[in-house]
Design a protein around this ligand. Structure first.
Ligand code: C2E
Ligand code: MG
Ligand code: MG
Length: 730
């Protein structure tokens, strides 16, 4: 639009000192001055018409933008000069459009200018609106300085310090600043804030077997999934490596948080496609909530870390809330490792055998070998506790091979029709020497391969699936049988069943236990798994059957075998042999007629508030809906009380049955699962309300709730008789 361009410039000639000449309509002296100024690198000049369209660009400006920049003339200024993105680390400034509309001056306004070559330059603008004699707006007259080099550098630095380069998420520094700022602000406004710490399970395996570029790609996909779940409920960031963090303001409902964590775990453990290959990883999540678990950033972070560690220890692929018990448990685990190594050296680990029984004939078909460890100080330690510790180093290989050899030897003394099942840790399974170890155990004992069954969990289907596939094929060639253990708890991807590796599926206890309760969906799941297994030619085992009604149900749904306390607990090799010596391969079911809602037996000192008196009581057992306590005498049925489970967990309850010194309580609101087999309240009373009651917030260490202080202040005459508390040993 050359005509308009010339015209506008001429019109505004006298009023725009910085741009009073077009290079195409020069008056010799002013052009040279302009040229000289430009030559010195001081600036470039531009102007708009009264409509806000670019009407003039000086020679140097045209050159700076390259070939086609003349075509910019006549375009709206906001199309030529773009606002820089704050997210990119750009400066905080009002938008150009806003300023133009307000006809205000431009002072050091930084804009992005797309060039004819498809690149971008960054200019710093100064300009003022030009008014004519009548006070009418005639356009802007302005100068510009190209700051591209400096700008690119500065924004990169800014970006690097705020954004994780790989995923585009907030980085460690930004998250740290956000958390500190949020906690400080929330302390004033008495708001809560949850912190989730995530660590991917077996990410290292993917990195090692598929290469670092694949690992990077995986992290990007993880970031996307995470962001799409959290949405605008909170801020997602990457701390580095395979660690992520989620910051959730105004969140203290542990029910909601548990559900969110669960969704994250589920979503991140779905298979990933990376350059045409499939990989599966998992994630563990630790959760801490301010102000309950900490009021300072480092305190809260440490709490979330500890919860994460515990989630990883449990079995990975799960979430865990912080509790102060975790702090103690962490140091215990460290000690456990040393003890375990010692026990292995001394040969203190033994095997027990639990029968897998045909529920129609009651005949035993197989025994599962389960490790037993009796520590002289700690007593019996469950494999669920020490296997993960062993998995932290090579100890698992030694333990695994020992179990394998021993089980094969023991089975040789049983009738020929009876098989033995041995558990295999995923860590052990994917090690190069595993096939050889199995072959050796078979050879050393002389056990026919068809009598050995290896129990593998879904957690082997991680990392590079092709390697895993090859191991399966190798093992099949040996002639051993393979069982998929704890089915339904892990990655729940049915794809790997199709490969036909497995002879048997073991339906996890969590589907079986309590499946007879009204409205439970588990019977349908059991029936579906049985149908699926039959269609694929596999046997099914129902694990963890304890009650008669459960046995009836799984038999009716077609499970081929049943393993559970209903037939027998794990027994010693001597007991197995004694049974066979009597000539019997039968196990008779015996157990409670019906499943009872799970009660966790505990002996823990807790508090009970009645009216304004605080009593010490012992918690004998706890379920979602109620508890049994001892330690008080003469509490009538119907009494309203508040149970203090510690850490601000107050449960409004009613006494529903009572003996002389023990009471059954029913909770007004049921507890929720804590993600690792225990229960907790959905909400806690806030330390803020305690602070209001006169306890300074600073006195509230992480998780420490001095309700005892409250009770000091509330000395009144007790209604009930406080009995002396002695903790029973167990
Ligand atoms: P798993 O392989 O799923 O074994 C079944 C577990 O359920 C055993 O626990 C068994 O005692 C228990 N169980 C069986 N029936 C019932 C029942 O009716 N009610 C209840 N409440 N529990 C029942 P255990 O012996 O504590 O073993 C726990 C886990 O430790 C095993 O789960 C297995 O994953 C692991 N494990 C045990 N021995 C070995 C081993 O030699 N190597 C490896 N890698 N892992 C092992
Ligand atoms: Mg097993
Ligand atoms: Mg199992």
């Amino acid at each position: 639009m050359p005509l308009g361009f010339r015209k506008t410039v001429r019109d505004s000639r006298n009023a725009a000192p910085a741009a009073n000449k077009s290079p195409r309509t020069p008056s010799p002296d002013s052009t040279s001055v302009l040229g000289e100024v430009e030559e010195l690198g001081i600036g470039m000049f531009w102007a708009t018409d009264s409509e806000g369209n670019l009407s003039f660009l000086s020679q140097r400006a045209l050159a700076d933008l390259g070939a086609d920049s003349e075509s910019l003339i006549g375009k709206p200024l906001t199309r030529v000069f773009r606002d820089v993105d704050e997210e990119d680390g750009g400066p905080t400034q009002r938008s150009l459009a806003f300023k133009l509309k307000a006809r205000s001056r431009l002072d050091e306004q930084i804009v992005a200018v797309p060039t004819g070559r498809g690149a971008t330059r960054w200019w710093r603008l100064n300009a003022r609106p030009l008014l004519d004699a009548k006070g009418e707006f005639r356009g802007y007259r302005g100068s510009a300085v190209d700051i591209s080099a400096q700008y690119a550098y500065e924004t990169q630095v800014a970006r690097q310090s705020q954004v994780d380069e790989l995923t585009g998420l907030a980085n460690r520094r930004k998250l740290g600043e956000r958390l500190s700022a949020m906690l400080a602000a929330f302390r004033v406004s008495q708001r809560s804030c949850a912190l989730m710490m995530l660590d991917l399970d077996r990410f290292k395996q993917v990195n090692d077997t598929m290469g670092h570029p694949a690992g990077d790609e995986l992290l990007k996909q993880v970031a996307q999934r995470l962001s799409s779940i959290v949405k605008d409920h909170g801020e997602v960031g990457r701390l580095g490596g395979d660690e992520f963090q989620v910051l959730l303001p105004d969140m203290d409902d542990r029910g909601t948080l548990g559900e969110l964590a669960n969704r994250i775990v589920q979503s991140l453990s779905q298979p990933y496609q990376i350059n045409g290959r499939r990989a599966i990883i998992g994630t563990s999540v630790g959760i801490a909530i301010a102000p309950y678990d900490g009021v300072e950033a480092d305190e809260l972070t440490r709490a979330a870390d500890m919860a994460l560690y515990s989630a990883k220890e449990t079995r990975g692929g799960t979430f865990c809330f912080f509790t102060s018990e975790l702090r103690d448990a962490a140091s215990k685990t460290a000690m456990l490792g040393d003890r375990l190594r010692d026990a292995v050296d001394k040969g203190e680990l033994k095997l027990a055998y639990q029968p897998l029984v045909d529920p129609v004939t009651n005949e035993v078909k197989c025994f599962e070998a389960l490790l037993r460890w009796h520590d002289s100080e700690e007593g019996d330690i469950s494999p669920a506790q020490f296997i993960p510790v062993a998995e932290n180093d090579d100890l698992i290989i030694r333990i695994g091979e020992m179990a394998l050899r021993q089980a094969c030897m023991d089975a040789l003394a049983w009738p020929e029709t009876i098989r033995v099942a041995v558990n295999v840790s995923a860590k052990q399974f994917i090690r190069p020497g595993y096939r050889k170890a199995v072959a050796n155990a078979l050879q050393a004992s002389g056990l026919p391969p068809g009598r050995l069954e290896l129990e593998i969990t879904e957690s082997v289907f991680v990392g590079d699936l092709e390697t895993v596939d090859a191991i399966f094929r190798d093992l099949k060639k040996l002639g051993v049988r393979l069982a998929l253990d704890d089915f339904g708890t892990g990655y729940s991807s049915l794809g790997y069943l199709k490969h036909g590796h497995f002879n048997k599926i073991k339906i996890d206890q969590s589907f079986v236990r309590g499946c007879t309760e009204n409205g439970d969906i588990n019977p349908a799941i059991i029936a579906a798994i049985v149908a699926l297994a039959k269609a694929l030619g596999m046997e099914t085992v129902a694990e963890g059957v304890e009650a008669m009604d459960e046995l009836e149900l799984v038999r009716e749904r077609g499970a081929d075998l049943v393993q559970g306390y209903i037939f027998s607990r794990p027994i010693t090799q001597e007991q197995v042999l004694a049974q066979f010596a009597e000539g019997s391969a039968m196990f008779r079911p015996s157990g409670p007629p019906r499943h009872r809602s799970e009660r966790i037996t505990i002996f823990r000192k807790v508090g009970l508030i009645h009216e304004d008196h605080y009593y010490d009581v012992i918690l004998r057992n706890l379920s979602k809906t109620g508890a049994r306590i001892t330690g008080l005498a003469g509490v009538p049925v119907g009494t309203d009380v508040v149970l203090d489970l510690g850490h601000g967990q107050l449960v409004v309850s009613k006494v529903v049955n009572a003996t002389e010194n023990s009471q059954g309580l029913k909770f007004e609101t049921p507890l929720i699962s804590d993600g690792s087999g225990g229960f907790m309240t959905r909400h806690r009373i806030s330390p803020y309300s305690l602070a209001e009651a006169g306890i300074p917030l600073a006195a509230l260490g992480a998780g420490a709730f001095p309700l005892a202080k409250w009770r000091e202040a509330n000395k009144s005459i007790p209604k009930f008789t406080q009995l002396e508390l002695s903790m029973p040993m167990h």
